[in-house]
Ligand binder design. Structure first.
Ligand code: AMP
Ligand code: TRP
Length: 338
């Protein structure tokens, strides 16, 4: 069993990244071999200011460590320092089908009406993601709900490779299959944190307004202000989950609360049913300040320890390459390139 996941260094680490992904990363590191990657090659599919990119890579790395990832237990590195990702990605480009990529909803959402003006990288990005996972033959991929379709694509690519090259794989490796089909791990009380201003949009670092998200680096005043101004409705907080229906903003605040305390939605609803929204918001603010600010403060400290971060990433990359180099070499052999 091997775990792989990645986060893009493209701006602020936010509560969606934390609850949807990082909390699970930390849980898994005690029981499984875990590889966590700062996916810088993914981030440049949209424009990144070269002056900031290094700092953003350090920021995610610091966020990992401040949230509880331990570089002596998990392999932590940045994608561009392990060249095998890019090379395997090309090989898999020749396995994946155009029709498969055309179904990817994230590309459609990100490109909108500007499809023709997007980078080709943004379009082929799920293939690079498949390469990230398959280079380590990872069995489990903890992610938020939005990445499910990309992992299904990685499975399709792995399966097609295994079928297309079946006889070569058998001959060279003595196995029936070469790539492992990775399982998405989308778990926990909150797999999709929504925007504080629109309960039907996911919380995202690319959203222009900072009021839509809680960043791990926000201070207590910022958190308090954002929760105070978070969108709600005017109906009372109901008793049962079944009565919440389409009240997306209420659902989101309850989910965030449940995610942080590690309780079910029902348990959280029991505490707040019949109460004013202000009571829920005050409690949620306190909870976030208690749980998120210490992580942010730790991050701020670690971000300035540049040598330590560089060393951590370098050592992580060396450990990652030990796994990825032979997988790439065998892939090339199977294809007939080596
Ligand atoms: P990204 O920031 O797009 O690189 O996402 C990194 C990880 O955070 C992925 O596993 C995403 O699925 C997860 N993630 C991002 N935004 C959210 C969100 N709003 N809710 C839950 N998970 C999220
Ligand atoms: N595409 C993911 C995101 O935007 C990040 C990512 C890149 C990833 N490679 C990965 C996640 C491999 C899991 C496994 O959130």
């Amino acid at each position: 069993m091997r775990v792989f996941s990645g986060i893009q260094p493209s701006g602020n680490l936010h509560l969606g990244n934390y609850l949807g992904a990082i909390v699970n990363f930390v849980k898994l590191q005690n029981t499984k071999q875990c590889i966590y990657c700062v996916v810088d090659l993914h981030s440049i599919t949209v424009w990144q200011d070269p002056e900031n990119l290094k700092r953003n890579i350090h920021e995610i790395t610091a966020g990992f460590i401040a949230s509880g990832l331990d570089p002596s237990k998990s392999i932590i590195f940045n994608q561009s320092s392990v060249q095998e990702h890019a090379e395997l990605s090309w090989l898999l480009n020749c396995v994946a089908r155009v029709g498969w990529l055309n179904r990817m909803t994230q590309f459609k959402e990100k490109a909108g009406k500007n499809k023709e003006k997007m980078s080709v990288g943004l379009y082929t990005y799920p293939i690079l993601m498949a390469a990230d996972i398959l280079a380590y033959k990872a069995t489990h991929v903890p992610v938020g709900d939005d990445q499910k379709q990309h992992i299904e694509l990685a499975r399709d690519i792995a399966q097609k490779f295994n079928i297309d090259f079946h006889d070569r794989i058998l001959e060279i490796t003595n196995e029936e299959e070469f790539f492992v089909l990775p399982e998405p791990q989308i778990t926990g009380p909150v797999t999709r944190v929504m925007s504080l201003r629109d309960g039907q949009k996911k919380m995202s670092s690319s959203e222009l307004s900072d009021m839509t998200r809680i960043n791990l680096l926000d201070n207590a005043d910022q958190i308090s202000n954002k929760i105070k101004k978070a969108k709600t409705d005017s109906a009372p907080i109901p008793e049962k989950m079944s009565e919440i229906n389409n009240r997306y903003e209420l659902m989101n605040l309850l989910s965030i609360y449940a995610g942080i305390v590690g309780q079910s939605h029902e348990e959280v609803l029991n505490v707040f049913s019949g109460k004013q929204f202000s009571y829920l918001k005050d409690n949620l603010t306190e909870l976030l300040v208690q749980n998120i600010c210490p992580i942010g403060n730790e991050m701020k400290k670690i971000i300035n320890e540049k040598e330590y971060l560089e060393k951590t990433l370098k050592e992580g990359a060396e450990k990652a390459r030990v796994i990825a180099i032979p997988v790439l070499a065998e892939t090339k052999k199977i294809i007939g390139l080596a």
